[in-house]
Design a binder for this molecule. Structure first.
Ligand SMILES: Cc1cc2nc3c(=O)[nH]c(=O)nc-3n(C[C@H](O)[C@H](O)[C@H](O)COP(=O)(O)OP(=O)(O)OC[C@H]3O[C@@H](n4cnc5c(N)ncnc54)[C@H](O)[C@@H]3O)c2cc1C
Length: 695
């Protein structure tokens, strides 16, 4: 089709599924099974994404109880999810109601979730879980899910287009004061500059299932795998509302390779060592704040299953470990390593000093002996082998493992209703891109949510009217300014490089990521957030006037759009954080917000008050104690092309200080309660028979 003067190929299709992770493949397969086979999948790199490339010691899938004699119910599971705070009740109910369905489907496709000889899917208890709803296939649960789902999608014959980076979503007014999906613009990163083909490709479609994962690319310190960037910026630019954007999970991860050091890596109780930047001046730093030996080794042990950093456990619990690591790396500029070769503090492992919970566990595991590496290999040989099998390998028998406090999961994301449709009609964020969780979530709930959201979106799409939403003319009208902006950005970036400005896309990417990790990670203050917001707004504002990209380098061209997406995302996320603070939000979830009137973590246990540790003031905090659990923060980018049109008008975020450049609006609303629907069978059946009444 011709857009202005530009010829760009267009794929006309009913539904585009963006992202080839566990959520995307699930959506594509469900759509196909429901008879909606006019679909195409796209991804920047088919083999990228967290599902395929991330995991942990025992990667968890959370589901309804399907074994034993302990009672469980859809309602009870919904209540557990809802109790995490700031989660909408209809999403919680759907995640519980479709949990068994999503899980059994995976089993039937060949994901080997452990069952006993009678077919019971026995579970274990995970964090924030009152029952034993968790299960796992080992370190690679999500990878196995992707592999089996992918095979099925291939068998369905669905077309999957690789090397397509999302540039922008095309939306058009829906005639009711809102907007709806008209298409999608992607950059084909495999088209070289000399080609006569346009590097761009349009999809003209009614629905987009957006399974692009978490916006991992905004943080430098992240345990998301290499190559997972996310594409939330494009959705935000199209007017999709962000929800609970402040809520992330941070935790201890190794840096090379990126991997959660949860479970046995902590239960083996390694030594925590820090060095200067060159690897010299080695010292054990935990003892500085945790003098009691028994307490120190017990807290390290507890980090095994209290993995994410939790503000509630920062005062006197296991999250103190994360704070002390943060102090070494972020505040003192040192490096932190786990040393499995020798015991912490003392040469011997004086296990009699462990707290009863830790002692009993290690006793039952037969691991009350030796050095950390001996205990690790005794309890979990694959966990040791994992690092040995990497390239370059790390032999924990001989080497230390570098770690940091890293971003691991975005609980918030793009807004969804009970069918995982956003405020833009036809646009369905699923998986981690969706903001379906609240402040806390049980470990494993992310993978369940991805399967449920994908299924709900597919059901809704399959039941919807299939007539095209827009005429060809309307599509061209809506697509032309979007293409124009992309072409202009590309032209200015490549012209600048040709005029001698060295390619700066890589540098721009790192500086925003580093700033976000430094100022907006697990420890944030009003000052750090406003400072970062001002900086990112400036970078976003001047981006098209300073970016320089080598025309011959496909990587640079790709990064030109990646950096734009990351700047948009960082800008909106920082705005949400500033607004959270202005809304009197206190420390919760995986973040502490510095509060001069709060208190520092304590020397002893909770029962011994008044003994604050000599830590920097930045660690002074007050807990929110659930004060905002019933509210949801919604964030909207109102400027159509924010990177060219940021205004310096005041915002609601900054009370009395310098006005911030922003075009972001906020709305705090009551969260939707868990629905209390009529459960009388005849009534539900009647509605269900009249197809449409349930949608
Ligand atoms: C180390 C680690 C451990 C974890 N452990 C657990 C656990 O134990 N239990 C649990 O429930 N969850 C866990 N999670 C979270 C969980 O793995 C993810 O939330 C989930 O896999 C996300 O799946 P997804 O399909 O939404 O996205 P992903 O699997 O991340 O897939 C995203 C897809 O979108 C594509 N994409 C991204 N950006 C673009 C773009 N700009 N243009 C085009 N395509 C794009 C990618 O190529 C990829 O195909 C963990 C995460 C990490 C990082």
């Amino acid at each position: 089709m011709t857009f202005g003067n530009e010829q760009v190929p267009v794929v006309a299709v009913s539904t585009v599924v963006v992202g080839t992770g566990s959520a995307g493949y699930c959506a594509a397969d469900r759509l196909w099974e429901l008879g909606h086979d006019d679909i195409v999948m796209v991804a920047d790199k088919v083999r990228a994404g967290a599902s395929r490339n991330a995991g942990s010691d025992k990667q968890t899938y959370y589901k309804l109880t399907l074994s034993g004699s302990e009672p469980d119910s859809v309602r009870e599971m919904a209540e557990t999810l809802f109790s995490g705070g700031a989660m909408d009740g209809d999403n919680a109910l759907a995640e519980a109601a479709l949990s068994a369905r999503g899980f059994i489907r995976l089993c039937d496709l060949g994901v080997p979730f452990p069952q006993n000889r009678y077919g019971e899917f026995v579970g274990y208890k995970t964090d924030h879980d009152p029952r034993q709803r968790a299960t796992s296939v080992g370190p690679y649960t999500s990878r196995t899910m992707v592999e089996q789902l992918e095979k099925k999608v291939r068998r369905n014959g669905t077309q999957v287009l690789d090397e397509c980076r999302v540039v922008d979503i095309v939306v058009h007014p829906d005639g009711h004061g809102g907007s709806r999906v008209a298409g999608l613009l992607v950059l084909r990163t495999n088209i070289s500059s000399g080609s006569s083909e346009s590097p761009f490709l349009f999809f003209r479609c009614q629905n987009i299932v957006y399974a692009t994962g978490g916006p991992a690319g905004i943080y430098a310190k992240r345990v998301f795998p290499n190559g997972q960037w996310g594409a939330s910026g494009a959705a935000l630019r199209a007017g999709v509302i962000g929800k609970n954007l402040t809520e992330w999970q941070f935790g201890l991860g190794s840096i090379k390779p990126r991997w959660n050091v949860s479970g046995t890596y902590m239960q083996a109780i390694p030594r925590f060592v820090s060095t200067d930047a060159e690897g010299n001046d080695e010292r054990e730093f935990l003892t500085e704040a945790i003098e009691d030996y028994g307490r120190l080794i017990s807290l390290v042990f507890l980090k095994g299953y209290q993995w994410p950093f939790d503000a509630r456990k920062a005062a006197d619990g296991s999250s103190l470990i994360d704070l002390l690591v943060y102090q070494e790396t972020a505040l003192r500029g040192r490096r932190v390593f786990l040393d499995f070769r020798s015991n912490p503090v003392r040469t011997s492992f004086d296990h009699a000093e462990l707290q009863p919970e830790a002692h009993e566990y290690l006793n039952r595991a037969g691991a009350l002996f030796g050095t950390p590496i001996e205990r690790l290999r005794h309890m979990n040989e694959p966990a040791y082998r994992f690092y040995l099998d990497r390239n370059p390998y790390i032999d924990l028998e001989k080497q230390m493992l570098e770690v940091d406090v890293c971003a691991q999961h975005n609980n918030g994301g793009l807004t969804v209703d009970a069918w995982w449709q956003s405020n833009v009609r036809g646009f369905f964020p699923v998986g981690e891109a969706a903001g379906s969780h609240g402040v806390y979530r049980p470990g494993g709930a992310a993978l369940n949510s991805g399967q449920v959201g994908a299924t709900r979106a597919a059901q809704f799409i399959a039941a919807s009217d299939a007539t095209p939403a827009h005429s060809e003319k309307e599509f061209i009208e809506a697509g032309t300014p979007i293409l124009r902006a992309a072409l202009d950005l590309l032209a200015s970036a490549t012209n600048r490089a040709e005029q001698g400005t060295p390619d700066n896309t890589g540098e721009m990417l790192s500086r925003v990521q580093e700033l976000m990790s430094e100022k907006a990670g697990p420890v944030r203050s009003r000052h750090s957030i406003l400072e970062a917001l001002q900086q990112v707004s400036l970078w976003a504002d001047e981006y098209s006037e300073v970016v320089s990209a080598d025309r011959e380098s496909r990587r640079s061209i790709n990064r030109t759009f990646l950096v734009r997406d990351i700047l948009t995302t960082a800008h909106v996320y920082l705005s949400a954080m500033a607004d959270y603070i202005a809304h009197d939000g206190k420390s919760r979830g995986s973040v502490i917000y510095s509060d001069p009137s709060g208190s520092l973590p304590r020397r002893g246990y909770g029962s011994e008050p008044g003994k604050e540790l000599a830590l920097p003031d930045i660690f002074k905090f007050s807990l929110d104690n659930g004060a905002l659990d019933d509210e949801v923060q919604e964030t909207t980018l109102t400027s159509p092309l924010p990177l060219q049109a940021l205004e310096t008008s005041g915002t609601t975020t900054d009370r009395g200080a310098k006005p911030l450049p922003s075009k972001v609006e906020f709305n705090w609303r009551r969260r939707r309660p868990i629905p209390q629907d009529d459960e009388f069978f005849e009534n539900v059946w009647r509605d269900f028979r009249a197809n449409g009444n349930i949608y």
